[in-house]
Design a protein around this ligand. Structure first.
Ligand code: 9WN
Length: 438
């Protein structure tokens, strides 16, 4: 390096480091979760990414959400993956030729010009759109950002609350573990046992080209994922028939938080948000009624096909802490559970594990069976602040910043040691770091 002529190395601040990850992963219209392992656009990743990106470029943050919503289906579903046509088919499995959205999804209104998956992911988008708007209201108004995204977000929620009310309790069900986003959580073990796996030789796992096998779901898990997705596709993505249907606390809590955000958006656009707040209230009551388990001190998943709660403590059962109108005693109990022996916060862990430290299926390295993730950490930090737990929120925030930077923005970390697992330079870890820095 020629000291006289070359500029000094870029500032080594966490802010600059995180912004660089998002820059590297930007494709021009959206951000990939990671260059190697996940080379397309993912739905809930994009929502978290936009929440961080708004601090670096409100325009890119708006574009991120617009690109995703451009791939929305006629029935309102927002697909979990929007495929980048310039990426080779064998770079990620399942690829567009597996989902066949433009043919198998025709009746459900899949777009013609872009290939997508046929399943969904948690509805963090309205919350993200509202936060993105508030980062630069002038730009947002000038571009008509909310005017354009509001009807799409409303249709998305309508899809979830009508076509996906498979349990009849007014809540949304997921029909595939990939939809809830915590793919191999032990919460799915029992409902998945009813699903006959597709033969391992019938597909090729591109994920193992990039991720260590012991950090990823097993071949048996994949066989079941493939079977469920194949059945859904072969039924032309009509809802209601599948072997797997689960109501999940995090998925529904995010829907409720997004419904509150839609109320804010409606108000900004000159309507009243009253009906949406009222709906969010009804959903909160339904969530408590259906999934609150006083004996475990947290929310549990509801198995719609078998009927009844699934007796496994996953981090998704703590996420409803996010909800502003959660009854005080429930919020206090949730905090107690997060800081108790099952999740160990402030004792043995600094960032909540994805699954019960004392659970039989706990594994500190295998994906959603124990490792700590930054998106759930971010949601819990928000929940703690919402319910007045300032000191705990601050400690969690500091832990997340330390671990994100030390792990080079890992996808997830060992909950005890903070050691990086999965891929590094992962977009939502970088984006949520940026958000916590502001
Ligand atoms: C399947 C992209 C996604 C996340 C999920 C995470 C993982 C995909 C995979 O990666 O899932 O959708 O191939 O394992 O579990 O939450 O959205 O980052």
């Amino acid at each position: 390096r020629d000291i006289a002529y070359d500029p000094p190395p870029a500032a080594d601040s966490p802010h600059a480091g995180a912004a660089r990850v998002l820059e590297e992963n930007w494709t021009g219209t959206s951000t990939v979760p990671s260059r190697g392992l996940y080379p397309h656009q993912w739905s809930w990743d994009s929502a978290f990414i936009a929440i961080g990106l708004r601090h670096v470029s409100p325009l890119r943050a708006q574009t991120e959400l617009e690109t995703l919503l451009d791939a929305q289906w006629g029935d309102g579903r927002v697909p979990h993956i929007v495929f980048n046509p310039s990426v080779p088919l064998d770079a990620y499995f399942p690829s567009p030729d597996f989902w066949r959205s433009s043919t198998a999804g025709r009746d459900a209104g899949a777009p013609r010009t872009v290939q997508t998956s046929g399943i969904v992911q948690p509805p963090v988008h309205a919350l993200a759109a509202w936060l993105v708007h508030r980062a630069d209201p002038g730009l947002s108004r000038a571009r008509g950002f909310l005017t354009r995204v509001y009807p799409r977000l409303a249709a998305w929620h309508r899809y979830l609350l009508h076509r996906r009310d498979l349990g009849g309790a007014g809540l949304a069900s997921v029909v595939h573990p990939w939809e809830q986003g915590m793919d191999n959580s032990p919460c799915w073990d029992a409902p998945l046992r009813r699903v006959p796996p597709a033969p391992t030789r019938s597909f090729r796992r591109a994920d193992l080209d990039h991720g260590a096998a012991e950090d990823r779901p097993t071949d048996l898990d994949y066989g079941r994922y493939v079977r469920l997705a194949t059945d859904y596709r072969d039924g032309e993505y009509a809802d209601g028939q599948g072997l797997f249907a689960v109501e999940d606390p995090a998925f529904n809590a995010l829907l409720i938080a997004s419904e509150h955000a839609l109320a804010g958006i409606a108000r900004e656009l000159g309507a009243t948000g009253t009906a949406r707040h009222a709906r969010a209230e009804r959903l909160t009551a339904a969530l408590i009624d259906r999934m609150w388990d006083p004996a475990s001190g947290m929310f549990l998943c509801h198995d719609v096909r078998a009927g009844g709660l699934i007796p496994e403590r996953g981090v998704s059962g703590l996420i409803p802490l996010l909800l502003p109108t959660l009854p005080r005693d429930i919020a206090a109990t949730l905090v107690g559970t997060a800081y108790g022996p099952h999740f160990g916060l402030g004792r043995t862990t600094r960032l909540a594990p994805s699954y019960d430290l004392l659970g039989e299926a706990f594994d500190p390295h295998r994906y959603w069976r124990g490792p700590a993730w930054f998106n759930t950490g971010w949601l819990l930090e928000r929940g703690l602040r919402t319910h007045g737990e300032r000191d705990r929120a601050e400690a969690l925030r500091e832990a997340m910043l330390d671990l994100a930077v030390a792990s080079d923005f890992a996808e997830y970390v060992d909950p005890y040691t903070g050691k990086a697992c999965g891929t590094t330079r992962f977009s939502w870890t970088a984006a949520l770091t940026l958000d916590l820095l502001h």
